[in-house]
Design a protein around this ligand. Structure first.
Ligand SMILES: Cc1ncc(COP(=O)(O)O)c(C=O)c1O
Length: 447
């Protein structure tokens, strides 16, 4: 039976077009569907009976593996006890408990949590909080938002406006006004094959930011948002000292600094989050994905005490922030969050990542010299490999490598000319080696 016939048979429907798939070449997929039936631990099981090692932790989110029994049980119990309650004027006790556990893991004054349902919503929430904060604080002229070329901040209008990935922006009109972008903080001609942070001069990338502040005047700028480790665009690390210098510049000019930690929070770098890893305290951090192992959609923003108390003390009586979602702090997402956070702690998962990161680093960099490998970058349990472009076909060869890996029983991810790995955080050395050796085989096979 052809793959399509098999899919149609399983879906019991001869028309695959009803489902418009996200970030997927729909026509190609539907000619050759890849259908996942179930998952357990480190593995997916396909509808045609294949076992696939998950080298991407779902989509940077299933950090503790799939179907973790404690998380599954928590969701089941919660569904039976309280399936839903609005977060507007009501709450359930676990929402406060989870907020407390989350904020404890962020440094310094990052003490208050606003819940959303995704990373995109977390980003839009952080941007809105920044604008509303300055207005409430008597600086309503601070309305500009600054992102970065090559940044990914989800797909809401706020996120694509500050984001810097061209394909995600160019179809969608003029986006938010008053947005500017700092340069991409990585230069492959100098930084290629760097292990961890790049070593070039961070001021090369920050001088244009200072010029931007001079051009617009600090009194017009509300916030800057960056990923501490650029993830979705292919795993790129800014040079050593960049984030610290960015913090100093933003502080000097009264500009809020937002770390988009949707990927980096909850263990990916071997610490609780990027702010802790880099020793930099921004004014807000977004999170999502790993907060509850991706088992039920959830995201959020951790904000500083300065921001929170400004709203509590200076806004008009009544609702302090006219913002929120029907499913903010959804009971099932919260239950999954409490269970996942308990597992992170009990199994010392962040320490496991930290201990195995040097092994992963050596393994992934051993791919240097393999066919078509132009660059390799890594940090914690994240790695990006730039694959030489085939002629003008952007991403075609990287996609072939991704497909070959899948054929060989391993799921990774390709995005443009980059291949990325994001192992499940409990993967041991044998698993990490299998991931890397499968990529090696795939590289040696593609044309
Ligand atoms: C840094 C960053 N921000 C935001 C998002 C968007 O998250 P979501 O897909 O949950 O909306 C992502 C997703 O990968 C991300 O990596």
């Amino acid at each position: 039976m052809s793959a399509q016939n098999q899919a149609e048979n399983i879906i019991k429907n001869d028309d695959l077009s009803a489902y418009w798939m996200p970030f997927t070449p729909n026509k190609a997929f539907k000619d050759n569907p890849r259908l996942i039936d179930r998952a357990e631990g480190l593995y997916y099981y396909t509808t045609d009976g294949r076992k696939i090692l998950d080298g991407f932790a779902g989509l940077w989110c299933s950090n503790l593996g799939h179907g973790h029994p404690k998380i599954t049980e928590a969701i089941q119990d919660q569904a039976a006890k309280l399936d839903y309650v609005t977060g507007f004027n009501f709450a359930h006790p676990q929402a406060f408990e989870l907020a407390h556990i989350i904020q404890e893991q962020f440094p310094g004054q990052l003490n208050h949590v606003f819940f959303t349902n995704s990373g995109s919503e977390a980003v839009d929430t952080a941007l809105k909080v920044a604008l509303a904060y300055h207005r409430t604080n008597g600086e309503a002229s601070r309305t500009r938002l600054i992102g970065r070329v090559g940044g990914y901040h989800g797909v809401g209008f706020g996120g694509i406006s500050v984001g810097g990935m061209v394909n995600n922006r160019k179809m969608f009109g003029s986006l938010l006004s008053g947005v500017d972008h700092m340069p991409f903080p990585y230069d492959a001609s100098k930084d290629a094959f760097s292990k961890g942070e790049a070593t070039s001069d961070p001021l090369v990338y920050l001088k244009p930011f200072e010029e931007m502040i001079a051009l617009h005047d600090e009194s017009t700028i509300a916030a800057v948002i960056v990923e501490p480790m650029i993830g979705s665009n292919g795993v790129f690390l800014p040079p050593k000292g960049y984030l610290q210098a960015l913090r100093a510049i933003t502080k000097k000019h009264g500009i809020l600094l937002i770390f988009d930690e949707v990927i980096t929070a909850f263990g990916r770098l071997g610490q609780a989050n990027g702010a802790s890893y880099f020793g930099v305290e921004p004014d807000m951090c977004t999170f999502a994905k790993g907060v509850n192992n991706g088992a039920v959609p959830m995201g959020g923003v951790v904000v500083s005490s300065d921001i929170y108390s400004c709203f509590m003390e200076k806004s008009a009586p009544g609702i302090e922030l006219f913002h929120g979602y029907t499913y903010s702090s959804h009971p099932l997402a919260t239950a999954a969050g409490l269970a996942a956070q308990a597992v992170y702690k009990e199994e010392a998962v962040y320490d496991q990542v930290s201990a195995r990161s040097p092994f992963f680093e050596e393994a992934i960099h051993s791919l240097k010299g393999e066919p078509y490998v132009e660059d390799i970058r890594n940090m914690g349990f994240a790695a990006g490999i730039t694959i030489e472009r085939r002629g003008d076909a952007v991403g075609a060869r990287a996609f072939d490598v991704f497909m070959k890996c899948y054929e060989l029983g391993v799921m990774v991810r390709s995005n443009g000319d980059n291949l990325a790995l994001s192992p499940i955080l409990t993967s041991d050395e044998t698993v990490l080696e299998t991931l890397v050796e499968t990529v090696r085989k795939a590289l040696r096979t593609v044309a």
